[in-house]
Design a protein around this ligand. Sequence first.
Ligand code: MG
Length: 385
Amino acid sequence: MEQKRNIAILGSTGSIGRQTVDIICEYPDRFQAYLLTANSSVDLLVEQAKRLNPKYVIIANEAHYAALCEALKDFPTEVKAGMNAIVEAMADENIDTVVTAMVGYAGLAPTINAIKHNKTIALANKETLVVAGALINELLSHSQSKLYPVDSEHGAIWQCLAGEKHSDIYKLILTASGGPFRTKTIEQLAHVTKADALKHPNWNMGAKITIDSATMMNKGFEVMEAKWLFDVDLDKIEVVVHPQSIVHSMIEFVDGSVKAQLGLPDMRIPIRYALGYPQRLYSDAQRMHVSDYRNLTFEEPDLKKFPMLGLAYEASRAGGNVPCVLNAANEIAVAAFLHDKIGYNDIAETVIKTMQWAPYVAKPTYDDYVNTNIEARRYAETLIK
Ligand code: MG
């Protein structure tokens, strides 16, 4: 048995973070939780620290630092606080793998530092590649760091690529469940509520990504994520709606052959693959019985009903800082929608107006991304009544 791998989970109390904890507990001889971080969920972070005994924990929101110290005072786990502490922790030479499971733009700075310190990264934070894919790939080209996808679609593409030549890819076909509003009309969409949007038919996920799935922004982000992860032109990335969420994505090759990866809609499967790679880890988890699935269907996405998907292609084609603007406006709009400040259709409206307003930067540096993010958020906020 090789040495245990030390895992850092950034965002251990979120949906992907909790499921990564499940995988660490499933293979105690293989993995050790070394660092856990959370934004503000102190109680769950404390419970995880007591259970997994990590070297240290970091709470991003410093207001919770005292409570966290108090709760862990009789335990060997060290306690730190603040976003900077999370970024700096990526330099720790004992960390082998970083699972980036936090939500949104916040994933960018720690991921960059993890790449600089040659970590293996299991990327769940797709916004990192959406915002700054060009910069991330540039940094990766000068690093020993490896970036493995945790997203189910990209995990599927990664598996379909095993043993294949990149030049044999004809196109990537990303599947989308279509979310809770797939069968709604445009008229009905004007009146859907937060509660409706939070009811995802197949996947149990955090609030932000569930809303992004309802608008199909999530799929747009995944198109961009695929472009950077697999170095494939946007024109060769297609989205197909597959409501059963059993085929997680496909590759069509130049000879006309199509390869797909199937499985239950359970994020622990792609997490297990990313953490175990290049080995497949045996699991006693629930298995899929193929004969239970008699109707696997596929249809084209409706871009009139889901303008966010088209906006993602548009932003990606424009390049530069435009995807960063798109992401920033979307984060503000989704948060406002979750706080009942705007309606469902206002999400796309906010994003479109912010994209129209934002000054274009063709070749953004890291500081340009930081500024774009701040300014686009500020502008999007002014659109929220
Ligand atoms: Mg996904």
